[in-house]
Each structure stands twice: as C-alpha cells, then as structure tokens.
Design a binder for this molecule. Structure first.
Ligand code: 5AD
Ligand code: SF4
Length: 471
C-alpha cells in the first residue's frame, strides 16, 4: 500500500513557506533587493526532478533565482552517490563556497540528496565543512520550508537524514524549466540491490505513486502546454507491484497514451529482468510511446552478471532485445555499461564488446566501476589494473562510436519530426531538438519554434548527433 505524507504535515510545511515568504518580503523592503537562491544538480533524472521540486518550494517561499552561486543568499546542492567522482565534485565546490561565505556571512549553504543519505558522508561534512548550514536526505525533501527556516534562524547545522517509512509526498510545488516536456516520477526507490549500487541504500525500497495522482499530474501538465512526458523511476517495470490497484507499468502507459494532448511518451529506467511481453505489446500498440528503449545491460559476461546480482544471463538479455527489435522495427536502443567491475578479466570484457556488436545500440552510457562503501561488491578484489581498465574503457568507446555513427548515417535523407528544445548548446546560431527515437538534431531556425514540433530533413550524421534542414 502506498503511504502518503499527511495533509496535516504538508500544511505545516506550507505554514513555514508562508513565514519564509514574509521574511523575504521584509528583506526586500529593507535592502532593496530580493533574496536569491541557486541550485545545482548532480546525477540522474530523478535528481533533476527532485531539484524541480526544490525550486518549486523555494519559489513558493518567495525566493528568486540566480545562476551565480556567488550572488546567492541560499545555495542548494542536490547530490549523487552513484560514483565517487560526483561526490568529489561536491566536496570541491564546498571548498570554493567556504571562501565566498567568508565574505557573505549570511549565506545559507544546503546539501541534499543521495550523497548525504550516507552517514559517513554527513559526518565528514559536519567535521570538515562547518560552513554548511543544512543537510537533508532524499526522504526529507518535502520538509525543505521547515528545514530552511530553521537553518536561517538557528546557529549550527540543521540535519535531517532520517530514513522514512517510504511515504510519498504529493502536491509539492514544482518549477519546471521546460514547459513543453516534463519528467513525471511514477515510483521511487529500488529493490534490486545490484551488488555495485548504492541506490537502494540511499533511496529506500520501491514505492509506486497511485495511478490517479500520476494521471492528474500529467493532465495538469498538458493543460499548461506540455506534450512530451517522460515517466521516471529507478525500475519503472516493477511499477504497481506494491499497489493494491491491480495495474502494472504496461497498463499505466496505456492510460497515459489515452490522455488527449500528450504527443510523446518516454520512460526510464527499465530493468531487463522485469521487461515483460505485455510491456512490449503496450509499447507497440500505443501510438504515443516513442520508438526508443533504454535497457541497461551493465556487462556481457554471465559470471560478471551473476556477481553483479543482475538476475539475467546474456542469453536472456539478447533474447529480449531480439524480441523488441522484431516487434518494434527501427526502435532505438541504449544501455548502461560498467567497465572494470571487481573480478572482471579481459575475457569478461570481450563479452561486453560482443554484446555491443550484437545489439548495435544507438548509444551507450559507460562508466568505470566506482567502489561504494557498504555495497557487497566493495568486498571483491580486482583482477585488472587501473591502466588495463582504462584501456578497456577507451576500447569500448571506440567500438561504440563506430556503431553510433553508422546508426546515425541511416537517418540521412529521412524527414524526422522534431520537438525543438531551443538554441543548441554548442552553437547558439542553431536550434536543437530530438527525434521520436531521441536523437539530437541541430538545424537553422528561429528560437520562437522552441517547444514546438517541426519537420526536419536530415542532411548529415555525426557520432552523437544529426544535422538537418527545416522543411
Ligand atoms: N560504479 C560505476 N557505475 C555505477 N552505476 C551504478 N553504480 C555504479 C558504480 N558503483 C551505473 C550503472 C547504472 C547507472 C545509473 O550508473 O550503470 O545503470
Ligand atoms: Fe542500482 Fe540496480 Fe537498482 Fe538500478 S536496478 S538503481 S543499478 S540497484
């Protein structure tokens, strides 16, 4: 059964939000400027979505926003714990903020998200970075108004990293940057305990949102001009298992498909072991579901998959891929790969390359294994040296780049329907958008097309993107 944070608790938070609003109005009257907040997000789309909530709550509490941390009155870092380098970046940033805060004593520095849900990290921040005012974990997100109010009025650091009973907070204000497309969380947490992964420890057990709440959120988004919906969860394929509604993820996407005004439906992430025939059929039959699937394989060797506790073999994975390709011809596939998992040999790695060649993914997200304290894999030993692991990683990219380029070349000459995301990040004179299959396409056009669908003829293929002409 899904537990929901009570209305009483939410209204307590709204009261703190009102107090902050009042304090911010006083501040503006006294100093002739508004209080500014700055947020930074590390990690996955779930975190991006959480930051949209954080910004929604900050806006409701009367803050305006700045891109510049140095100008901010409140800085919030929403952190990631999946790999060590993301944590090191945050510690680096905290070092820089220390200098800034010496000049601006009233600045409030908050750290939230997966990284601080680990006790040893929170202890380290408290011990080494005493300029941090607020630390809150993934379960305490909805309490931001209260925690921030306390941090602004109390001496010392305010900490809330309690693991909750998994209750979901509905009706939190959300501030989305792109009104035409939105991430919508359908479930939180993960039960899979892949042996390398910290997520189940920092985000807790799987819990699904009620379908009515999800559908209402989407209808509201559509009313405000949103046409592309990406359903989000650590393992969307097990959506509904904990509900008493008798529906699963395939049923849910059919319901979303029936909403007038929705044009595109995407979803991630799918765990291969839970990708059902029923879901493949739903993907095939729902005209709004994009021809795209992200299906993390992680490794190609059966021994490594077992060590990773992935619960499928390479043969089972490849069989599912074959089935999807057969049922949905032309589907774009992507995956996640970890290189250098403990005990991995060069032979195991060859099996990963073999998977790449057989599946021919459109693109991959590849990572060098990062040891996470408290996970079972942290106790395993390495066979390969760092140098060998890096060499394999580079080889993986080489093999994939060639496949990606080839896959993209097949688009040249086609006309694709693109949802325009705005000016291209790399070349401001170009617009950038995505095909149904999620390929990035750059083309000349007016920025007023942002958020609209246009037809573009593909003229050139690159490894990571396509170029085209508006027609
Ligand atoms: N080291 C490296 N990559 C990891 N991932 C998860 N945990 C680790 C780790 N300890 C990768 C997986 C996952 C993606 C989100 O991050 O590939 O699918
Ligand atoms: Fe981590 Fe595995 Fe859960 Fe994905 S499915 S979040 S890799 S434990």
């Amino acid at each position: 059964m899904t537990k929901i944070i009570s209305e009483e608790e939410l209204s307590r938070q709204r009261a703190f939000s009102a107090k902050l609003r009042e304090a911010n109005a006083h501040f503006a009257a006294e100093y002739g400027r508004e209080r500014l907040a700055h947020t930074e997000t590390y990690g996955c789309q779930q975190n991006e979505n959480d930051t949209e909530r954080i910004r929604g709550m900050l806006k409701e509490a009367g803050f305006k926003f700045t891109e510049d941390a140095e100008k901010a009155d409140v800085v919030i870092y929403n952190t990631c714990a999946v790999r060590e380098n993301a944590e090191q970046k945050v510690f680096g940033r905290l070092g820089i903020l220390k200098n800034i805060k010496e000049r601006r004593r009233n600045m409030i520095i908050g750290i939230c998200g997966c990284m601080v849900q680990q006790e040893h990290i929170t202890e380290k921040i408290k011990a080494v970075h005493d300029h941090v005012d607020l630390i809150f974990g993934t379960h305490a997100l909805y309490k931001l108004p209260e925690l921030l109010y306390n941090a602004m009025h109390e001496k010392g650091v305010v900490v809330d990293i309690t693991q909750s009973d998994g209750a979901i907070a509905e009706d939190i204000p959300v501030l989305r940057e792109t009104p035409w497309k939105a991430w919508v969380s359908v479930m939180y947490g993960c039960n899979n305990f892949c042996s390398y992964c910290i997520v189940p420890y920092v985000r807790g057990r799987e819990r699904s949102r009620k379908s009515a709440d999800i559908l209402n959120e989407i209808k509201e988004l559509v009313k405000n001009g949103c046409t592309e919906i990406s359903l989000l969860g650590q393992n969307v394929n097990s959506y509904g298992k904990d509900l008493d509604e008798g529906i699963d993820f395939a049923d849910l996407i059919r319901m979303v498909n029936d909403i007038d005004g929705v044009e595109r439906i995407r979803f991630m992430t799918s765990h291969p072991k839970d990708l059902s025939d029923k879901l493949i059929t739903a993907m095939k039959e729902c005209d709004k579901v994009c021809k795209q699937l992200h299906l993390p394989v992680q490794a190609g060797s059966n021994r490594i998959l077992k060590e990773m506790n992935r619960k499928y073999t390479r043969e089972e994975y490849l069989e599912k891929i074959e089935k999807i390709k057969r049922e949905i011809p032309g589907i774009a596939l992507s995956t996640d790969i970890i290189v250098g998992f403990p005990t991995e040999t060069n032979e195991d790695f060859e099996d990963t390359l073999d998977i790449l060649r057989r599946v021919e993914y459109d693109n991959i997200f590849s990572f060098i294994y990062s040891r996470r304290e408290g996970t079972p894999a942290a106790k395993l030993d390495f066979v390969l040296t760092d140098e060998e692991i890096h060499k394999n990683f580079n080889r993986l990219l080489e093999v994939q780049n060639e496949i990606s380029k080839r896959k993209n070349e097949a688009y040249v000459g086609r006309t694709e329907r693109i949802l325009v995301d705005g000016a291209s990040k790399t070349d401001k004179t170009m617009l950038s958008g995505r095909t149904d299959s999620s390929k990035i396409v750059n083309f000349k056009g007016d920025e007023s097309l942002t958020g609209k669908y246009v037809d573009v003829k593909i003229t050139e293929a690159r490894t990571w993107s396509l170029n085209g002409e508006l027609i």
